[in-house]
Design a binder for this molecule. Structure first.
Ligand SMILES: *[C@@H]1O[C@H](CO)[C@@H](O)[C@H](O)[C@H]1NC(C)=O
Ligand SMILES: *[C@@H]1O[C@H](CO)[C@@H](O)[C@H](O)[C@H]1NC(C)=O
Length: 485
């Protein structure tokens, strides 16, 4: 079972947000690691610029939001120009350092640069007045894990009745109204995807009408180099989709699988941000950058008009992966400003974490929708089925498993159905969120759990948020509003 995917995320007791301060000191364990380097050794680090943008939806001119391509182009070009301008000083240092630097990647989705370089370059960058902080992208300690247990149930024919979990969120009634996802794009950041699985193949964006396959603008491998022990399934920067775990294929198919998906008529764009369940700030940012403006498989020629409508995130980045609670705050804000809904698993730690099991980003951000698996999480926005969910697994089979990883893609799929049924809402993540919350089936805490504000009859409560998603009620409400308008 992967440790960092949210099948069984080991949550830490607390995550202190690091205040941005001038030439912030290196985190202690990273400083130790840096000081142990020889003069020629290189290390991987993230550079966060002081002058960073976290766009608000209102920063996008109203006149652009009716046109999804214009909205995306505005956000992407605003961020790109800002990054180019503010990263110049650091780039000059890196250029002058010659072969003391072996890797540089600039981001726009957050004002960050990932660098592999020597200690003296790191120190020079950190001393630059435009730099807010330098943090580890390294500690690339390979964690040997046993190979993931793969349970292949064999490919079964499509069930005649929709699976229980799809019925619970009222997806089949929405399909009956003609809304299955409308070929809109669902983004998926996970352990990758088994793109030719029978559940996934026709959903995958790289599958073209004439039986041709083109992975450009459909897949990006955000893993630049191995983190986990090597495995036969995925190599870093693979140019075709792969899944070295099974988790990614499972969560993708719950959102957009042809038989087991909430939105079986949506298309899948996939990005790998974990190496067998283990990620780094860089791998997670790579997928956020890709989704803001999808690229070819080499990472070139970004095109924000192809960006997804919603992104499923069944992962968290805890401290041992070099994140703190606010690591992705700017990126999450900018994705929201681009009209991209982020559905995020809340973590599975209800038993040990009291009233809030959400303590690793991205779920810690107030602007994403954190999703509980019913009875598995605390401190969430909304709930969805997350126990005994059957979906695709690596290979051609299925696996029936538990966790908030399994719950979050139900919300992602629901947003695809809403985006199809009520296209005027596509640009407005806050509106879609409030629609989901207002129409959720209330679920009440059955015992007084001592969490502040929770009674036996109030929502939102810390256990279920607003309750269990009801996508039929959401669509009835937004289509009625559209008819009145
Ligand atoms: C989705 O695309 C397929 C293949 O191009 C097409 O047959 C189908 O009509 C499209 N569906 C919608 C709702 O646009
Ligand atoms: C969402 O959009 C609908 C339709 O445009 C509108 O009636 C409603 O007031 C909006 N709700 C919010 C919370 O913005």
């Amino acid at each position: 079972m992967p440790a960092k995917t949210l099948l069984a995320l080991t949550l830490l007791s607390s995550t202190a947000a690091l205040a941005a301060a001038a030439a912030a000191p290196l985190p202690a364990n990273f400083a130790t690691q840096v000081s142990a380097l020889s003069e020629t050794d290189q290390i991987s680090f993230t550079v966060r610029l002081r002058d960073s943008l976290a766009l608000k939806p209102a920063d996008v001119p109203k006149s652009l939001t009716a046109d999804r391509a214009a909205q995306g182009a505005f956000v992407h070009s605003t961020l790109t120009k800002h990054a180019e301008k503010t990263q110049r000083g650091v780039k000059d240092i890196l250029k002058a350092a010659g072969d003391k630097v072996s890797f540089v990647k600039s981001y726009a989705v957050a004002n960050v640069i990932v660098v592999d370089a020597t200690r003296d370059v790191l120190e020079a960058v950190r001393a630059h007045p435009d730099v807010a902080e330098v943090k580890s992208n390294a500690a690339f300690k390979v964690i040997d894990k046993p190979a993931a247990v793969v349970k292949e149930n064999g490919f079964a024919a499509a069930a005649t009745a929709p699976q229980w979990n799809l019925a619970q969120v009222h997806a089949p009634e929405v399909w009956a109204k003609g809304f299955t996802g409308g070929n809109l794009t669902y983004g998926h950041a996970d352990t990758g995807v088994q793109w030719d699985h029978p559940e996934i193949k026709s959903a995958y964006l790289g599958t073209k009408a004439n039986r041709k396959v083109d992975h450009n603008y459909a897949w990006f491998d955000g893993v630049r180099r191995a983190i986990a022990a090597s495995n036969p399934y995925c190599q870093p920067m693979g140019v075709a989709p792969c899944d070295d775990n099974g988790h990614g294929s499972h969560t993708a198919s719950t959102a957009v699988g042809r038989n087991v998906g909430v939105a079986p008529g949506a298309r899948l764009m996939a990005c790998r941000n974990m190496d067998n369940g283990e990620g780094r700030p860089e791998t997670y940012l790579n997928c956020m950058e890709f989704f803001l403006a999808p690229t070819d498989v080499a990472g070139n020629n970004p095109d924000p008009s192809r960006r997804p409508h919603a992104i499923g995130n069944s992962w968290g980045c805890p401290a041992e992966e070099q994140c703190d609670a606010s690591t992705f705050d700017d990126a999450l804000a900018n994705l929201r400003a681009a009209g991209i809904f982020m559905s995020v698993s809340a973590g599975n730690d209800a038993e040990t974490s009291g009233c809030n099991s959400v303590d690793a980003p991205p779920a810690t951000s107030a602007i994403v929708t954190s999703v509980a698996a019913v009875d598995r999480s605390r401190g969430v926005d909304i709930s969805a089925p997350g126990v005994a969910v059957r979906a695709a697994w690596r290979g051609t089979g299925y696996n029936t498993i538990d966790g908030t990883s399994m719950a979050s893609p139900h919300i992602g799929g629901a947003v695809m159905l809403i985006s199809h049924a009520c296209p005027k809402l596509q640009h407005d993540v806050a509106n879609i969120s409030s629609l989901l919350y207002q129409t959720a089936t209330p679920l009440f805490t059955t015992r007084s759990n001592g969490c502040s504000g929770d009674t036996r009859k109030n929502t939102p409560n810390s256990v279920y948020g607003y309750g269990q998603v009801n996508v039929l009620a959401a669509i009835n409400k937004c289509t009625a509003a559209a008819a009145r308008a």
